[in-house]
Design a binder for this molecule. Structure first.
Ligand code: ADP
Ligand code: MG
Ligand code: MG
Length: 883
């Protein structure tokens, strides 16, 4: 087998496409060599050897040793040196490199091949004894740390003691003789610690380092990192062995890192840092403050240290030529590592640079404008989920975080405020101009006013689709949910985590993007929607095939959604319009009425409120489709809970509070999710559906009159299991529409459709489509009913399910394509068989999840509908699905 791939001197056995085999670093070193760039020669031991290593009890393929020795000879020829030679020694670095860049793997070992003889040769050849011993002590330190497990800090301590004894402050104060003395002390310390001498044979050193790289693939840090980032264990790592070039050969040598564009802003300007007379890790380690690369950057930072541009103009010119070439070649922003040895520039690494969401947008748009990539490609370059970062305030990344607890990242963005434990308190304090974080065990519709008033919401119970999470996302407010380690004591007005206790009025910050709760106030960075954002979204819209609508219940939602490019409302949940404090009382009256007459009295009070809401919504949406769902309240959420609430409703209804309490008890359910809800309410109390239909149609007439534009009206009946249900409710709706049209002498166009959110409805979609003019898949409920899992109770066991690998992801976050998705496919196919033009959408929380959007595109849905702040994410995800 072939176990070694060489590179150097303008050619290589590998290429950048061979990343799986050679790892990212190895593949790109080969590519740079092929491009004729100055890369120190070397070779890559591929990931296949790592696989072999673990499959064969940590041993190597038998040809490996001879292939490595041959490759070393080859590298020796290219450099004019010999590995292990005592007069002209080749020194190498040993570097790990997996397919995906992976912190947690073994650190690089530099200067390998040095021993008591070769160090003297190096001193001789370079004419610089201090440099030789500085390199040797670096090698002993690194090798001991990463291969022998004798930690770095031991050497630091020896060095510090030595400096103190000599009255030195800086490393540069040490003379050649000082380093010679220190090297002796280092070796003694290693021998004492590991019980044998520091390895002197260069081949022993090399195999020790190679073995350490492969072994580090299974170390705890690497295993954890792979878990967190879904990197399969089977990938393995490669090892790169490369001839050393020296950045520590005095004032004409240096080492540095550079990005071809600014990774935080995206600005098209070389950005980076370098250090004169230093080696590799010194830049990252922060031992000395690095210097700017360009003169522009130096002026901006106000640094008094020379830039690379002025200190090493030749090497800088070369770097400029190379980075421009690399960016053109890879057609993306590059993150590069380089070293200058006595004025000559060497490239040691290049890869696609990590960047913020903001930089990613600017870079993609500018690369397209420069003609390096197509607009379509620019669209694929942005991770849709990352757009969240741009739409919400975020915590200043430089600020220190005191994380007191971690829950679910339920709604992105960050906010600081005083703790309040009740919604009334939240509303009151907000009225006084204070900023608050609403902390609840869980939230219910009665908390809407508190959630509105709060800067952010924290709950200790409930998952990603709990009430708090859904409502917060809809409002665009940060929310951390299901933070189970926090104990809330409403009575005392405290929340505690372990031994730490916070009380009402204490300031905390929540980071809804990470699910973190932090002590104190944090500095924030406000979002700015740059021009590139708009440009990229336009490009996305040009390729997108499916529509993107918004789940919006209020005029605010609608306005936000229009700003973010929504093409209509896919779900207006009318019960959310009732959550407001004054209305909830009337809704309670309606629900608790014992006869039709008193119910109609309550409905009469609600009608004008609903109508006014709809008029405003229709006006904002200017003729775009608006899907209004009839009432689907989880009834229990509307029932009065406290004694005071019962009294209040009784007074309004003029009945005996005890009787009312009995009625409320009667209506309370064991299993509200599967209880008296959805169209079941319209079936039992048709007058409720009738009132809503009247409000809708009268509002449409009014809006039509005001705007001169027809309303794109779609009336949606929830939780249908049978065609008969739909027929009954549809008859009421149609009759009401006829009546309104007759009374107002206006013509209205509208459609009546249904939400498909029960497995039975999917199966009987052919029949239901005889009456339904559109379908909208309510995938939240469909997931609950398919799995038989209540999303409000799922948090306690879904965690272990995901941890044990039974579920890959929470099915309430990413649509379960195999199961729930199959039902959706069946529903679409059967529905369209009856009605080929049937309009089909999805309006669950999944509508804003990129993977789920891609699925909706594949199965031919007409649109997805999601919460306002996810509209841009869905637009981009839909475009990527179409490419
Ligand atoms: P990481 O993956 O942590 O960046 P690298 O393998 O890239 O580790 O090595 C870190 C640094 O070590 C490089 O940026 C470079 O400065 C230095 N280095 C690695 N190999 C060599 C070499 N052959 N000659 C000089 N410096 C090297
Ligand atoms: Mg590197
Ligand atoms: Mg539903």
């Amino acid at each position: 087998g072939k176990w070694v791939y060489t590179f150097g001197d303008g050619k290589a056995e590998g290429r950048s496409e061979m990343r799986d085999l050679l790892g990212g670093k190895g593949a790109n070193l080969a590519e740079m060599a092929n491009l004729g760039l100055p890369v120190p020669p070397g070779f890559t031991i591929p990931t296949s050897v790592c696989t072999y290593f673990y499959a064969h009890d940590k041993s190597y393929p038998k040809e490996l040793q001879s292939q490595v020795e041959k490759a070393l000879d080859h590298v020796g020829k290219l450099t004019g040196k010999v590995f292990g030679d005592t007069t002209n020694p080749l020194l190498v670095s040993v570097r790990s490199g997996a397919r995906a860049s992976m912190p947690g793997m073994m650190d690089t070992v530099l200067n390998l091949g040095l021993n008591d003889q070769t160090v003297e040769a190096l001193a001789e050849l370079s004419g610089d004894r201090r440099f030789a011993y500085d390199s040797y002590r670096r090698f002993i330190t690194m090798y001991s740390d990463v291969v022998l497990g004798f930690e770095h800090h031991h050497f630091e301590e020896i060095l510090d003691t030595f400096k103190d004894s000599q009255g030195y402050t800086l490393d540069t104060d040490l003379s050649a003789d000082d380093w010679v003395e220190l090297v002796g002390k280092y070796k003694d310390a290693v021998a004492r610690e590991i019980g044998k001498e520091f390895p002197q044979d260069p081949y022993d050193q090399l195999w020790g380092a190679i073995g350490a790289v492969f072994s580090s693939w299974m170390n705890a840090r690497a295993v954890t990192y792979r878990k967190l980032h879904d990197i399969p264990e089977s990938w393995g790592t490669a090892v790169n062995v490369q001839a050393m070039v020296f950045g520590n050969m005095g004032e004409t040598s240096a080492t540095g890192v550079a990005f071809t564009r600014n990774p935080s802003t995206g600005e098209s300007k070389l950005y980076g840092e370098f250090l004169i007379n230093a080696q590799g890790e010194d830049v990252v380690a922060g031992i000395r403050t690095p210097q700017d690369i360009t003169e522009d950057a130096r002026k901006e930072s106000g640094s008094d240290k020379a830039s690379m541009e002025s200190a090493m103009p030749e090497a800088f010119k070369e770097l400029t030529r190379i980075y421009t070439q690399l960016e053109k070649h890879y057609r993306d922003m590059q993150d590069m590592e380089f070293t200058v040895e006595r004025g000559k520039l060497w490239m040691l690494q290049t890869r696609g640079g990590k960047r913020t969401a903001k930089a990613a947008l600017r870079i993609a748009v500018e690369l397209a404008n420069e003609g390096l990539i197509s607009k379509k490609e620019a669209v694929t370059r942005i991770d849709p989920a990352s757009l969240d970062q741009l739409l919400h305030p975020t915590i200043d990344p430089n600020a220190k975080r005191d994380v007191i607890a971690t829950g679910l990242p339920a709604s992105p963005g960050a906010a600081s405020g005083e703790i309040v434990f009740s919604s009334d308190e939240a509303a009151k304090l907000q009225g006084d101009g204070r900023k608050v974080i609403l902390v609840r065990i869980e939230t219910s519709p009665e908390d809407i006013h508190g959630m509105h008033a709060a800067e952010g919401i924290l709950t200790t119970r409930g998952g990603m689709t709990s009430h708090a999470a859904v409502v917060a996302r809809g409002m665009g407010k940060p929310c951390v949910s299901g933070c189970g380690t926090i104990r809330v004591d409403y009575g005392r007005g405290t929340m505690s985590i372990g031994s730490r206790t916070f009380k009402t009025g204490d300031v905390i910050t929540i980071d809804g993007s990470l699910g973190q709760v932090l002590a104190g106030r944090m500095p924030m960075i406000e979002p700015e929607l740059s021009g590139e954002f708009g440009t990229l979204m336009t490009w996305a819209d040009q390729v997108r095939k499916i529509g993107v609508r918004v789940n919006g219940d209020t005029p605010d939602d609608a306005r936000t959604a229009i700003k973010f490019g929504a093409e209509g409302i896919g779900l207006c949940r009318t019960e959310h319009m009732f959550f407001e404090e004054t209305r909830i009382r009337t809704v309670r009256e309606m629900i608790l009425s014992e006869d039709e007459q008193s119910r109609r009295a309550a409905l009469a009070k609600l009608l004008p409120m609903q109508r006014a809401d709809f008029v405003e919504l229709f006006e904002i949406m200017k003729g775009l489709p608006v899907t209004i769902r009839l009432l689907d309240p989880p009834l229990h959420e509307f029932l009065p809970h406290t004694h005071a609430e019962v009294e209040e409703v009784a007074r309004a209804m003029n009945t005996d509070p005890r009787r009312l309490a009995d009625r409320a008890r009667e209506l309370s359910e064991f299993n509200p999710m599967l209880g008296f809800r959805g169209c079941r309410i319209a079936i039992a109390y048709p007058e409720i559906a009738e009132m809503q239909a009247r409000a809708i149609f009268e509002a449409a007439v009014e809006a039509q009159k005001r705007t001169g534009k027809a309303v794109g009206l779609e009336v949606m009946v929830p939780l249908i299991a049978t065609k008969a249900e739909l027929d009954l409710v549809k008859a009421r709706i149609d009759a009401t529409a006829q009546a309104v049209m007759r009374d107002t002498n206006t013509k209205l166009a509208y459609q009546v459709g249904t939400m498909i959110e029960l497995p039975r409805a999917c199966l009987l979609a052919a029949e239901i489509a005889q009456s339904a003019e559109f379908f909208s898949f309510g995938t939240n409920d469909l997931t609950q009913t398919t799995y038989g899992i209540s999303r409000d109770d799922a948090a306690s066991f879904l965690g272990p399910y995901v941890a044990k690998g039974i579920l890959q992801v929470d099915p309430f976050i990413a649509l379960d394509q195999e199961g729930v998705g199959e039902l959706v496919k069946i529903g679409v196919a059967r529905g369209r068989k009856t009605r080929p033009q049937l309009k089909v959408g999805i309006c669950g929380e999944h509508g804003g999840d990129p993977a789920s959007v891609a699925f909706c595109h594949q199965i031919g849905l007409d649109y997805v509908s999601c919460s306002p702040y996810r509209v841009p994410i869905a637009r981009l995800a839909a475009a990527q699905a179409a490419l």
